[in-house]
Design a protein around this ligand. Structure first.
Ligand code: IPD
Length: 264
């Protein structure tokens, strides 16, 4: 089996290629091609083109690998599986806001070992390899430590369905008075990289899918953050919490009694 760093380099290279294509082809006003869970959960032609490019590149170099992609679903059944979000932050992409990313993670035997998150408009590619650290270019990343909840800048996001958003607003109303402030960037992958880089202190969200957080989660944990769900469960689409140890527990204990995994 190839080394972790081989997978990191390949994920980075492919995420850069997809990013270049997206920058070159993004029209001034991308059109919505389809909607998914709600009328505001959109897909553009370039989400699909990006995933096709990524799948072609993976198949060309590693034809036996499995792929799980946001747009194309699951294919193949190799020991190595790629987790692909061709554009995380599609609404930002649609509106021309500079916070969207190509996110690629690599699993070997079910464990995420490598990840690359290319925040394309900012020209920043975050990478991580299991046991090899998290990096932004030549800079090794370390999340902020020793920040108490009351001084923590916390990133979060909201789902696409009204019932979920109603509960998320209720939860947020309880969180907001207890933290420094909240940021809603619009890309879960990028939010997790911001935890890694110390640009926010923590992150929580209900709803993001595996492809949204697989690569960013590795970047954050390799930068020293803890990531998990409620009550000791692994992080999952019901709830993902990420912050340095200490703040993680404070944030978890604030969220748990608010029952944040429900929908109205
Ligand atoms: C979304 C983004 C957003 C988060 C949503 C995700 P998409 O992914 O990561 O930040 O709040 O929950 O669905 O739809 O742009 O790939």
């Amino acid at each position: 089996m190839e080394s972790v760093l081989t997978f990191v380099r390949l994920a980075e290279e492919i995420s850069r290629e997809a990013g270049e294509m997206l920058l070159a082809k993004r029209p001034a006003r991308p059109e919505v091609l389809a909607t998914k869970s709600s009328p505001t959960d959109v897909v553009t032609a370039l989400d699909r083109a990006s995933e096709e490019l990524i799948r072609d590149r993976i198949r060309a170099v590693r034809p036996g690998d499995a792929i799980l992609g946001e747009e194309g679903g699951s294919t193949g059944d190799g020991r190595v599986r790629w987790i692909v979000d061709p554009i995380d932050g599609t609404v930002n992409f649609l509106y021309g806001l500079p916070e969207w990313a190509v996110s690629l993670a690599v699993e070997v035997d079910g464990e995420i070992v490598a990840g690359a998150v290319n925040v394309v408009p900012r020209g920043e590619v975050f990478t991580a390899g299991r046991g090899e650290g998290a990096w932004l270019g030549g800079e090794r990343l370390r999340c902020n430590t020793g920040v108490p909840l009351g001084r923590a800048l916390i990133a979060t996001g909201f789902g696409y369905e009204a019932g979920r958003r109603k509960v998320q607003a209720e939860v947020l109303a309880q969180v907001l008075p207890r933290v420094r402030d909240i940021r809603r960037g619009g890309s879960a992958a990028s939010d997790l990289c911001s935890v890694a880089a110390g640009r926010v202190d923590g992150y929580f969200e209900r709803g993001p899918q595996y492809w949204d957080y697989a690569a960013g989660g590795l970047v954050a944990t390799e930068a020293g953050a803890r990531i998990g769900g409620l009550g000791g469960r692994p992080y999952n689409p019901d709830l993902t919490i990420c912050a340095a140890p200490g703040l993680f527990e404070e944030l978890h204990d604030l969220l748990a009694p608010l029952d944040p995994e429900r929908d109205a």
